[in-house]
Design a protein around this ligand. Structure first.
Ligand code: AMP
Ligand code: GLY
Length: 425
């Protein structure tokens, strides 16, 4: 089969790496890709926001399946336009991607299906939003409704912070994404991510993971796209997973199917383990980044079979097998990220770093002849397998010590929560 993979992050390198292992794959193209993806795919110069040029590329190259990595093309309806042209793809339609594209939409689904989530109000004007904040008090969570690259959420610990966040939203800090604001009850507990494939009707549980959103050690500093992850997330026991499937995931899939907008693709549930059980914080409609990297490291089944079953509506006929080992991924980012940073600095020492228990996935990189240059904020994802999270962490950081990139940085404590559990503290 010939595939086109859309995206250029560490998530897409991990997907490309896993797809390349499939005996069914005959050719993999990636648009735009990165220096790591180029090792397993042919990169093509294709503007994926121009859907008709993607359609033309697929026709010219006999593409059998398009795999869409990031959220923006999903929310923009790339899958719908491919569908209309008779081209098969993995990922949700524009309507179903509203689960990620609009927080108010997801809250509506939760109401309709009685899914456990934070209580909330939604507002399109400042005065009503401020009145709600004053009535509820802090802590409280203020969210711009639309896609804001992970930056549209303020967990306000004081009333003043909450009022500032609401005001900033309506003053246009998040552009169109902030035209409507969702204000939520603060949920207290440990956070974990759960990934499920759906074909519109069936739901196949994949695996759990935990991310580290803050830039610096000790969960300090600004929020980022994610500085490291591990899988599985020990907080999500088998019993809790069964509960999440029954009370959160399955009702969501049913509700979207009943509305005539079935969800196909990967559903990524951000969950809070509260004293009252798991509650939904948010949905994403694509793999997490860097959570995908740890999932792909543990996946033993053929990824292409699973993605095809989601696209074809045959998920009830496949199963996913996972390594019992733990995987951990450390993000190396350009100094300054998530603020401003330099591009074009050289990364050395990467070549020998691949083993059965170690893979360095590339995120923002590009090739310059034989040299690998940093080309983004999050640049490398050093990903390892081990008997437990502690062992995977040792393997990952030993590899990081060999990477020569003075302009980069990483957190030194990825996995701390799981390792504390492993050590019985
Ligand atoms: P979101 O973009 O909705 O995932 O929010 C980003 C982060 O804000 C989440 O990963 C949580 O850490 C935090 N957060 C979001 N909603 C809540 C909530 N209702 N209570 C506590 N923390 C939250
Ligand atoms: N790592 C968080 C995300 O992919 O949304």
């Amino acid at each position: 089969m010939k595939l086109l993979l859309i995206g250029s992050g560490g998530r897409e390198h991990a997907l490309a790496w896993a797809l390349a292992k499939s005996p069914k794959l005959t050719k993999l193209y990636a648009a735009p890709g990165n220096a790591g993806i180029a090792k397993v795919a042919e990169l093509c110069d294709l503007d994926f926001s121009d859907h008709q040029s993607v359609v033309a590329f697929c026709r010219n190259n006999d593409i059998d399946l398009v795999v869409v990595g990031p959220e923006a093309p999903l929310v923009a309806g790339l899958v719908d336009d491919l569908d209309a042209a008779g081209i098969k793809s993995f990922g949700p339609s524009k309507a179903a991607a509203q689960l990620e594209g609009s927080k108010a939409f997801t809250k509506g689904v939760c109401d309709e299906a009685t899914i456990p989530t934070a209580g909330y109000g939604r507002f399109d004007n400042l005065d009503a939003a401020l009145a709600y904040v004053r009535e509820k008090g802090a802590p409280i969570v203020v969210k711009a409704d639309g896609l804001a690259a992970g930056k549209g959420v303020v967990v306000a610990m004081t009333q003043e912070e909450a009022e500032e966040a609401v005001t900033a939203c309506f003053e246009g800090s998040f552009g169109a994404a902030g035209a409507e604001v969702v204000i939520e009850e603060f949920l207290d507990g440990e956070e974990a991510s759960f990934f499920v494939l759906s074909d519109g009707e069936n739901a196949l549980p994949l695996a759990t993971a935990q991310d580290h959103k803050r830039a610096f050690d000790g969960d300090e500093g600004p929020n980022t796209g994610g500085m490291g992850a591990y899988s599985p997330a020990p907080v999500l026991t088998d019993a809790l997973i069964a509960d999440v499937m029954q009370r959160i995931i399955e009702p969501t899939i049913r509700t979207l199917a009943n509305r005539g907008t079935p969800f196909k693709g990967v559903l990524y549930a951000g969950l809070m383990m509260t004293a009252d059980g798991p509650k939904l914080i948010e949905y994403n409609t694509r793999f997490g980044d860097p959570e995908c990297q740890v999932l792909m490291m543990r996946l033993k089944s053929d990824l292409l079979d699973l993605l095809l079953a989601s696209a074809d509506g045959t998920l009830d006929q496949v199963s996913a097998e996972w390594s019992k080992e733990a995987a951990l991924s450390v993000v190396m980012a350009a100094k300054g990220y998530p603020g401003s940073y330099d591009k074009g600095t050289e990364i050395k020492g990467l070549t020998p770093l691949s083993a059965a228990n170690l893979e360095v996935f590339h995120a923002g990189t590009k090739s310059d002849g034989e040299r690998v240059l940093a080309n983004g904020g999050r640049v490398l994802n050093v990903t390892a397998l081990g008997a437990n999270v502690g062992e995977a962490k040792s393997v990952a950081y030993a590899a990081i010590d060999k990477i020569d990139w003075p302009e980069g940085f990483c957190r030194s404590d990825i996995g701390w929560r799981a390792i504390a559990r492993e050590n019985g503290s």
